[in-house]
Design a protein around this ligand. Structure first.
Ligand SMILES: *[C@@H]1O[C@H](CO)[C@@H](O)[C@H](O)[C@H]1NC(C)=O
Ligand SMILES: *[C@@H]1O[C@H](CO)[C@@H](O)[C@H](O)[C@H]1NC(C)=O
Ligand SMILES: *[C@@H]1O[C@H](CO)[C@@H](O)[C@H](O)[C@H]1NC(C)=O
Length: 224
């Protein structure tokens, strides 16, 4: 009995090893707080925005590099900022991977259906936007991407977050991503799972004092 289950376990392990190419990552992500990081970024105000979406390190590897991630973001309705005009200072995050605080890799805005000029509309009208941080330091090299997602007011409101804007921004991005999407000839299949216990619910330490529900949605994005 013992011997048989051991043999089965070894067989399963062997077939798994054969089936997974060496370059594939092994985990969804590592919890930043395990090594001195935080699920809130640093907005420079003494507070931070919640890192409320994680793109799993088990996603297709090209989705996790800058060009591949930008293509995926376009598939779900985001684009680079209006003509490269950047509103606001970069924010930093410590993902507990040994890199310490690192500025956002990229900041993207909802493009309202036009990948070239739509983000200018977002800048005027308000809409969804996110900052992306990559967990790739040697202490926690998952390759996962952490997104601080929020929905903003229009420009007359000075680009502040709408009430409940962190949860709404997360839910809208996830709704746009789940299922099958495509852009630039690449088709994605995306699955979502909610995780609690990583990010404390409430408004303590949260930028603009806007409470959020503490849910982090893990997206696993597979190129099909
Ligand atoms: C982030 O960017 C700002 C502005 O470009 C810069 O002053 C700051 O040193 C950077 N912070 C980190 C942690 O790299
Ligand atoms: C880790 O990610 C950062 C931010 O995206 C990037 O600048 C850096 O080159 C990456 N490091 C490695 C070793 O890939
Ligand atoms: C995650 O939680 C949000 C907020 O409660 C909910 O709207 C969404 O349906 C949940 N998603 C999944 C995949 O459970």
């Amino acid at each position: 009995m013992y011997t048989r289950s051991l043999v089965v376990a070894l067989a399963v392990q062997a077939s798994f090893a054969v089936a997974s190419p060496l370059f594939e990552r092994a985990v969804d992500f590592y919890s930043p707080s395990a090594r001195g990081g935080s699920m809130l970024d640093n907005a420079g105000s003494g507070e931070g925005e919640p890192l409320n979406i994680i793109i799993s390190g088990l996603s297709s590897s090209t989705v996790l590099d800058d060009a591949g991630f930008l293509n995926f973001a376009r598939a779900i309705g985001f684009s680079t900022e209006c003509f490269g005009i950047h509103i606001g200072d970069p924010q930093s995050a410590n993902l507990g991977d040994g890199n310490g605080p690192v500025n956002q890799t990229i900041e993207l805005r909802q493009d309202f259906g036009n990948a070239n000029t739509g983000t200018c509309l977002e800048s005027l009208l308000g809409g969804n936007h996110f900052r992306m941080y990559r967990q790739n330091g040697s202490l926690a090299d998952s390759g996962a991407l952490f997104l601080a997602t929020s929905k903003e007011e229009d420009v007359t409101e000075g680009h502040t977050i709408v009430p409940d804007g962190y949860d709404i921004g997360r839910n809208e991005l996830v709704a746009a991503a789940v299922g099958t999407t495509s852009f630039g000839g690449v088709t994605y299949s995306t699955m979502a799972r909610n995780i609690t216990g990583l990010l404390a619910p409430g408004s303590a330490g949260v930028n603009h004092g806007i409470a959020q529900d503490g849910i982090v949605t893990l997206l696993t994005v597979t190129i099909i």
